[in-house]
Design a protein. Structure first.
Length: 246
């Protein structure tokens, strides 16, 4: 008889790349029929519910890691949960570098003063503060984090506009700047075509098709999914179009 077991790790934040790798690892284990590994934001909980992977008893906050496993039996589910730390440790050990890692944004800027972009992937409640600091340091922002309030998004984008900077996001997963992919970007040839997109998946599809047809991309600028809403007023989209028109 199939079983569904779940676990909440309070305050344990991981970006979606790590979560997808963990989910893939769980799905490869014997007896595991399905798995969901997400930060417990309302949107992610809705996705789990749509796939019948959200038990009614689950209580979790947006900054918590929620892991749900559907397995053939109790033993398989228990064994799978026992492998989670091993799978996470494997991911960590494969990505560890011996290079010096700054412990603050200001420290990173001192180490790499020529860098003009800050990529942010932190829990949503901290993301606006980090983005604000990046703007004060004169850096463009690629805001991968989601669960950022609409009010914070509007304030950040207005500040960026005043400073002549871009805020891509929140929940921006794809961009290509001067041929360098940010987030989930396909490797495509350089060219004369610029793209502005509110959908990361759509931007990936369009840039890939342009590449397949023999042309290339100058920049692909993501805006975040809410930028085109009337409340935000397409601030980043308008800025991006101005940049591409130069």
């Amino acid at each position: 008889m199939t079983v569904v077991k779940w676990n909440v790790r309070a305050g344990a934040y991981y970006d979606s790349v790590v979560l997808m790798q963990l989910q893939r690892g769980l799905l490869g284990l014997a007896g595991v029929l399905d798995a969901g590994v997400v930060m417990a934001t309302p949107a992610n909980r809705d996705l789990l519910a749509a796939n019948n992977l959200l038990p009614e008893a689950v209580t979790a906050n947006p900054d918590d890691l929620l892991i749900v496993i559907k397995a053939e039996n109790e033993t398989s589910a228990t064994d799978a949960f026992g492998k989670i730390d091993e799978l996470l440790a494997r991911r960590k050990s494969s990505s560890v570098s011996q290079d010096f890692r700054p412990r603050s944004l200001s420290g990173a800027v001192k180490q790499l003063p020529e860098a003009n972009w800050v990529l942010i992937s932190v829990p949503g409640r901290y993301a606006a503060g980090v983005a604000r600091e990046a703007l004060e340091l004169g850096k463009h922002v690629f805001l991968y984090s989601d669960n950022v309030s609409l009010e914070d998004e509007i304030a950040l984008k207005k500040t960026a506009r005043e400073k002549g900077l871009l805020v891509m996001g929140p929940d921006c997963g794809t961009a290509i700047i001067n041929g360098i992919g940010l987030g989930f970007a396909n490797r495509v040839r350089r060219g004369s075509i610029g793209v502005v997109g509110a959908s990361g998946t759509g931007t990936q599809a369009v840039t890939a098709q342009i590449h397949n047809l023999g042309a290339g991309i100058s920049h692909a600028i993501g805006t975040g999914g809410r930028d085109l809403k009337s409340d935000v007023g397409a601030i980043t989209a308008h800025q991006a179009l101005d940049v591409l028109a130069r």
